[in-house]
Structure formats: C-alpha cells, structure tokens
Design a binder for this molecule. Structure first.
Ligand SMILES: [Zn+2]
Length: 297
C-alpha cells in the first residue's frame, strides 16, 4: 500500500482505512490533549512500490478535527505526518502499531532527538519544521507603531524592549522600523496558504513561513524589522547588508533580542535576517527554550 500526500497537504483517498484506525485510538484515548508547547514529532512513513491509493480530500479535514495541528507532507517517496501531540511514548507506539496493521513501517523522528544527536533523523534530513507556539492573550499585547503608520502589536515585554532599542538606534542615526509583530491564527493561515501557492508545495513553503499554530509571531515576542532608510530591503535577504542590520547584530542582544533563523539553523528554515525574537525575560526565554536548544547557536 502506498500513502501519498497531495503536495499541498491534502490526503489522497485510500488512506481512509488508516485514518479510521487512527481516529479510533485518538478518540478512545485521553492522550490527545495538545499541550501548547509540546515538541512536534514527525511520524515518518517511507513508502515504495507502485500504485497509489488516494485519499478523499475530506479526510484531511477529518484528521484536523481530531488533531488540529496535524499535517501531512509528501517528501519524495516519504510521507510525513507531523503531530504536535505525539509527545507521549504510548501514543507514538499506538500510531506505529496502527501503521503496522496496514503493513506500513513508520519511523519516529523528533527535533530534540536530532538536536541531541540521538539519531533517527536520517530519513528526514532537510525537512523544515516549526515548533508549536501559543497565541498571546489580548491582555499581554500592546500597540507599537509599525511601518507606514500601521499599528502592530507586541507582547508588553517585547514592546518595551523594542522601543528602547529603537531610540538607541535613532541616536546612532539608524532607522529601525517594525514591519510585523503579533499575528493571530487567521492571519498566519492566510500567509501560509499564500506561501504554499507561491512555492508550489507545503514543504517548500515551510522553509519560508510557518503553518498556523507554529509561528513565533503568535507569541507577541517575535518581530520583523527593517531599515527605514532602505525600504527596498524590507523582508529581503539584502536587509543583511543594511546599516540597521549591522547595528542589530551588535546591539540587539543587549535588549534581549536574537535572530530566530540564522543561516544553517537547526529547524531547516531559510535565513531570515529581518526576523528576531525577544528572549530577555524568563517567560520569553522559556517559550523559545526548545527552539534555542535545537539551534546550533
Ligand atoms: Zn517574521
């Protein structure tokens, strides 16, 4: 039996039986509560042979209703099911048993295992992944002036640190602008869908953007910055050549900011010189602890 995922994350029809098995144990077990900061695990199903049994498009929706943060990707001859809640060994074992019933051999890979060099990452090397993040509560967010007079929002701790940093930069004749701050699930959904359309697959999109539920921007602690004197470099790699970027590299750490996706980052996400996260408070540092551990930085 061959499992394939549609390039855009839709499941093909013959997977129905597997989904039914999975649904049975998901529904029957209390292990499916999704802790907001559970590390994502990938259940990897290498498939081969000929003949594709396809899944009905509705199956993915069914799966999403059971596990809102699950998504499926097809990478070459490998199907990858990423489910944030696969953090308990018993649920992973059940998943593998269900796959075995269907004659499929699943392998579990987790970013922590890869970060700690425990092996198991071979077949998923190069697959970008994102950590799940909780959406900030309204009460913790405050408005900050953004690019072009827009009002962005940041977590109050990050907002305060950003304003101080911006003033300090101004004193050095550097124009630091806030392009994007907090994003809710619906905004991230729209952005991620647009990225899939542009890049042609969910796999490619994940190098540039996070699926809803997995963006650092949900926390209110992440922000995209630009150089106000070089607007053509906004959200471009060329931002790394601007005076503002050079200034940030030197001074941002003293305000509690760090680059989330430096070149060669452990998440396999493309270098984003404009995207920084605040880790200057215990609360913020705890949110990003897993991501920082998995990063070579
Ligand atoms: Zn960003």
């Amino acid at each position: 039996m061959k499992i394939t995922c549609h390039p855009q994350g839709r499941w093909q029809p013959g997977f129905r039986r597997l989904i039914a098995v999975l649904a049975a144990f998901w529904a029957g077990l209390p292990v499916w509560g999704i802790p907001s900061r559970a590390a994502p695990k990938l259940v990897v199903v290498p498939v081969g042979g000929s003949g594709t049994e396809s899944l009905s498009p509705g199956v993915l929706e069914q799966l999403h209703s059971l596990a809102p943060d699950a998504f499926c990707r097809q990478i070459g001859s490998t199907s990858v099911i990423q489910v944030g809640a696969f953090h308990r060994q018993e649920s992973i074992d059940l998943m593998l048993e269900s796959l075995a019933l269907l004659g499929l051999e699943g392998q579990v890979w987790s970013p922590e295992a890869a970060a700690l060099n425990l092996g198991g990452g071979g077949s998923t090397e190069g697959i970008p992944f994102h950590w799940p993040y909780p959406v900030a509560s309204e009460a913790d967010l405050e408005p900050v002036s953004g690019l072009g007079g827009r009002v962005e929002r940041l977590h109050q701790e990050a907002a305060q640190a950003f304003r101080q940093m911006q003033q300090h930069a101004q004193a050095s004749n550097i124009s630091l602008v806030l392009i994007s701050g907090f994003r809710d699930l619906s905004v991230q959904t729209a952005l991620f869908r647009r990225q899939i359309r542009r890049q042609g697959s969910e796999q490619a999109a994940m190098r540039l953007s996070a699926p809803p539920g997995y963006s650092e921007h949900h926390t209110g602690y992440a922000l995209d910055m630009g150089d106000g004197r070089h607007p053509q470099t906004h959200l471009q790699y060329s931002f790394a050549q601007t005076p503002a970027y050079a200034w940030l590299v030197q001074h941002a750490p003293q305000y509690g900011f760090e680059l989330s996706f430096p070149p060669g980052n452990g998440q396999g996400v493309n270098y984003e010189p404009w995207h920084w996260r605040y880790v200057g408070s215990p609360q913020a540092a705890a949110l990003f602890a897993q991501a920082r551990l998995a990063s070579p930085w």
